[in-house]
Design a protein around this ligand. Structure first.
Ligand SMILES: [Zn+2]
Length: 134
């Protein structure tokens, strides 16, 4: 397999993908803040540093980018170069996500995952989040 991207090009491309993910996170924050909920961000005391932490409710929300967390939706495209590297990298993300949610549950917290692609319908995301938060 010939890798056509230089290191710099790759890291630029990756940071673009990552910033897309954080745009999804910003969108979720805005929705939930607008509905009157208050939360902490990226609490390092909890496993996986959840994106939004509702401490008094013992609930957390993760906002997952479809590519990085392998959603399997239309937005997720299997990389066609360096497939072994990507399989390993993305596979370990998914394994980590699962372990994190399990640990969080064991600590008595509940978690909700909002996928990047779900934000095409913000109203639905908000309704789901409000049901989850109570
Ligand atoms: Zn998706």
């Amino acid at each position: 397999v010939v890798d056509t991207l230089t290191k710099a090009q790759r890291s630029k491309r990756m940071s673009l993908i990552k910033s897309k993910n954080s745009q999804a996170e910003l969108a979720v924050r805005k929705l939930i803040f607008g509905a009157g909920y208050r939360y902490r961000l990226h609490d390092t005391k909890l496993p996986g540093r959840p994106d939004l932490v509702f401490a008094s409710r013992k609930r957390v929300i993760f906002v997952h980018g479809c590519f990085w967390h392998q959603h399997g939706c239309r937005r997720y495209k299997q990389p066609t170069t360096r497939t072994e590297f990507w399989n390993k990298k993305l596979g370990s993300n998914v394994t980590r996500d699962r372990a994190v949610r399990r640990t969080i549950a064991r600590l008595g917290w509940r978690s909700l995952v909002v996928w990047e692609c779900e934000l095409r319908n913000p109203g639905r995301v908000l309704r789901r989040a409000m049901r989850f938060l109570g």
